[in-house]
Design a protein around this ligand. Structure first.
Ligand SMILES: Nc1nc2c(ncn2[C@@H]2O[C@H](COP(=O)(O)OP(=O)(O)OP(=O)(O)O)[C@@H](O)[C@H]2O)c(=O)[nH]1
Ligand SMILES: [Mg+2]
Length: 321
């Protein structure tokens, strides 16, 4: 018997959500029509990003924030993305998102995934997973992602509010704050505030934020929140900061702006991905690309005139030369 996955997702079925996310993960053809049908039902969830170096307490914080949201009767979807992990299917990630408190709660859906070099890009995939949870009726979707490199920055652009988690004693704060982090952080969380060096880190981050905010628009100055996630300390303040940022985005019109930018970016990426996929497949026909490579090796062709050939053949209206 055929299952109507779209209808099931719209009912909030965890099994259907999990299945379609797996299709997305495997770039299974069945994902496409499903995504197209659920799309009109997306855009209601508030998307929260939590990023930071490994072991900084992202999952513990996610668990705490989830608990507070559930107390307000809000439902939560969680996607844990690990761009650096070589593991597939995530036994490791399974451990990483230890969310024992919520495992029996139907108001919470959790999914973890490790990288497998998704052709469509990790951000693209994350966007898909978020949409499934959004259509499944989750009020909040939390994206937890490890690290502070370009992949994470891209993943975090999917979020409405991004929290960057730092802890004392890692010593790479200044460095990581240069690497695009200040650009995406709406809220800084200094977790493990029970550890030595927390006050110093707090001052350092505050200083950098103030310096940065004095040049750019001051409409939103990222707050720096102190937490001890293992004791649940500071989580309420964190949720207050998240809510304040949401109100700021909504009232200033920046939420719409963000979402417009995201739709543009996503649409362009989807076009890119699809055109590239089609051309790659056609070039694979009759090993045509292999023959081209051989001809390039023999100096009969070069990559530049191969590009010309391809564009002129398949996009004749954009004829090169
Ligand atoms: N001392 C102290 N330990 C904490 C705090 N928050 C989390 N931890 C501990 O730090 C370890 C890592 O916590 P996680 O929540 O798994 O961290 P994470 O950032 O999700 O880790 P990865 O997903 O593996 O990158 C666990 O042993 C937690 O118990 C805190 O505020 N203080
Ligand atoms: Mg984790």
């Amino acid at each position: 018997m055929d299952i109507d996955y779209v209808a099931e997702i719209l009912q909030g079925s965890p099994l259907a959500m999990a299945r379609v996310i797996t299709w997305l993960e495997n770039e299974d053809e069945r994902a496409r029509s499903c995504m197209e049908e659920i799309y009109p039902h997306t855009g209601n969830a508030y998307i929260l990003g939590i990023t930071g170096s490994p072991g900084t307490g992202k999952s513990t914080l996610t668990d705490g924030v989830t608990w507070h949201l559930r107390n307000k009767d809000l439902t939560v979807g969680i996607v844990a993305v690990d761009p650096s992990s070589p593991f597939t299917g995530g036994a490791l990630l399974g451990d990483r998102i230890r969310m024992t408190r919520h495992s029996e709660d139907r108001g919470v859906f959790m999914r973890s995934m490790a990288t497998r070099g998704y052709l469509g890009g990790l951000a693209q995939f994350t966007r898909g997973a978020v949409k499934v949870l959004d259509a499944g009726g989750k009020d909040f979707v939390i994206i937890e992602t490890v690290g502070v490199g370009q992949d994470e920055v891209d993943v975090m652009r999917v979020a409405d509010t991004t929290c960057v988690v730092l802890v004392p004693g890692l010593g790479d704060v200044i460095q990581s704050m240069k690497a695009g982090i200040m650009e995406i952080a709406d809220i800084y969380v200094i977790n493990k505030y029970d550890r030595p060096g927390a006050d110093q880190l707090f001052s350092e981050v505050r200083y950098r934020v103030d310096q940065d905010a004095s040049i750019k628009d001051r409409a939103w100055v990222p707050p720096v929140i102190q937490t001890v996630a293992v004791e649940g300390k500071g989580e309420e303040e964190l949720l207050e900061a998240i809510t304040a940022h949401r109100v700021y985005l909504e009232q200033s019109g920046k939420l719409l702006e963000k979402r417009r930018d995201r739709i543009r970016e996503e649409t362009l990426q989807m076009i890119h991905h699809e055109l590239f996929r089609i051309i790659r497949e056609r070039l694979a026909d009759n090993r045509r690309i292999e023959k081209m490579v051989e001809e390039i090796m023999d100096h009969k062709l070069n990559p530049y005139n191969v590009v010309e050939k391809v564009v002129n053949e398949w996009l004749p209206s954009s004829r090169l030369k």
